[in-house]
Write a protein of this length. Structure first.
Length: 398
């Protein structure tokens, strides 16, 4: 293989890898911080607030482009629940309870530090999320000692975590509702379900109705990105009822495949670039101990470990579920730490919680960057040196 062919092969592997998208997301977040603390800062903020039609550039990114991210998340949730790692209750128990613990404990930590401030309490859900692309990117850097079973566990937990985040956004970050638009959205959703039931396999009718659904959900008061999830749940997984051999060619798989590269390598980095920029000038150690910043940081760093690792310990020690194959306790601890990387979804929820409070939003961003950064660094260090349980064959490595 010549040099150019080898380089092309590596590039293709990067594009096919979820971890590759996480690495690009890391770079975008780092670039945003550099720009926000450089002479380009004013231009950066002016560009984000510039009007592009009826909405600002920042609004188009967070409510427009991100609907495709949520569409991909919804497709992954549906596929895993019906035909993947979460297809039966036995497989759902360990990542499901782990995800639940990893949402409850961080939320409680944040609430404990901010309960006296009703405005700050709007951010209780910020540290409950896990960024799967970022976490998988760090996991991929940990080396071949990590068993594939832990990668599966992390992915399954993150899928359930994303489902929880979607429910939280729909329930707790909807301030007012327009009943006519909500009714219109329900009619469009009914039409999407009818297409599915009628066996329509072309994607364009679903996408056309999906645009109408986005407009109506946006106008209804529910966050517009929920339209992406609702659309995803209506995309057919099977070519024919019960035809397992056609599953890989189903509309859901085709759409998921088409969305992976643009979402991972374009939409998420743009979102990170637009939302991770925080000016560090004037911030000192007292900024880190501010209740909002500390609540987010400790929620991600300590809350995820206690919630996820504690859930696994209880379930395994009581004999309810087996330990992930070849995984040792230090490795489970490392993965629990990686669950504290909340970057994308945490920034998204933070923007919803404090959209009208730039100062609070900067405190949130600082907490996310510190908490996610420390969680990723500590998780990598633990996984890099922890040994698997027993003699692990090559095919069982991540």
């Amino acid at each position: 293989m010549n040099t150019s062919s080898r380089a092309l092969s590596v590039f293709r592997q990067l594009l096919d890898s979820s971890a590759g998208g996480g690495l690009v997301l890391m770079a975008a977040g780092a670039l945003a911080i550099v720009i926000a603390n450089s002479p380009l800062s004013q231009g950066y903020h002016d560009l984000l607030h510039a009007k592009l039609g009826p909405l600002s550039v920042e609004y188009w990114i967070n409510d427009g482009l991100m609907v495709l991210f949520f569409l991909l998340v919804g497709l992954e949730i549906k596929r895993e629940m019906l035909d993947g790692q979460l297809a039966n209750w036995g497989r759902r128990i360990l990542p499901g309870v782990g995800a639940l613990g990893g949402m409850l404990v961080p939320g409680l930590i944040y609430a404990g530090l901010n309960h006296a401030d009703p405005v700050a309490m709007r951010g209780w859900a910020i540290p409950t999320a896990t960024d799967i692309a970022f976490a998988l990117a760090v996991l991929s850097l940990a080396g071949p000692r990590v068993p594939a079973s832990l990668k599966v566990f992390l992915m399954a937990l993150a899928v359930i975590d994303d489902l929880g985040a979607i429910v939280i956004i729909a329930l707790f970050y909807t301030e007012s509702l327009s009943l006519p638009d909500l009714l219109g959205a329900a009619v469009v959703l009914g039409a999407l379900i009818a297409l599915n039931r009628a066996g329509v396999l072309r994607l364009w009718p679903y996408m056309l109705l999906g645009v109408a659904l986005w407009v109506l959900v946006f106008r209804s008061g529910i966050h517009a990105t929920i339209a992406g999830v609702l659309l995803a749940l209506c995309i057919p997984l099977r070519m024919r009822p019960g035809a397992k051999e056609d599953a890989e060619n189903s509309p859901l798989h085709r759409l998921e495949h088409r969305l992976h590269v643009p979402v991972s390598f374009f939409i998420m980095p743009i979102f990170g670039l637009a939302n991770a920029g925080v000016a560090l000038g004037g911030m000192g150690w007292d900024s880190l101990i501010h209740p909002v910043t500390a609540g987010v940081t400790l929620g991600l760093l300590a809350g995820k470990v206690v919630g996820v690792f504690g859930a696994v310990v209880v379930l395994v020690k009581t004999g309810l579920v087996p330990m992930p194959r070849y995984a040792s306790w230090p490795q489970v601890l490392g993965v629990a730490l990686l669950c504290g990387i909340g970057f994308t979804m945490s920034l998204f929820v933070g923007g919803l919680a404090f959209s009208s409070s730039p100062e609070r939003l900067d405190e949130v961003k600082l907490g996310i960057l510190v908490g996610s950064g420390l969680a990723g660094l500590l998780g990598w260090a633990v996984l890099r040196f922890a040994q698997p349980r027993g003699q692990m064959p090559d095919h069982a490595r991540q």
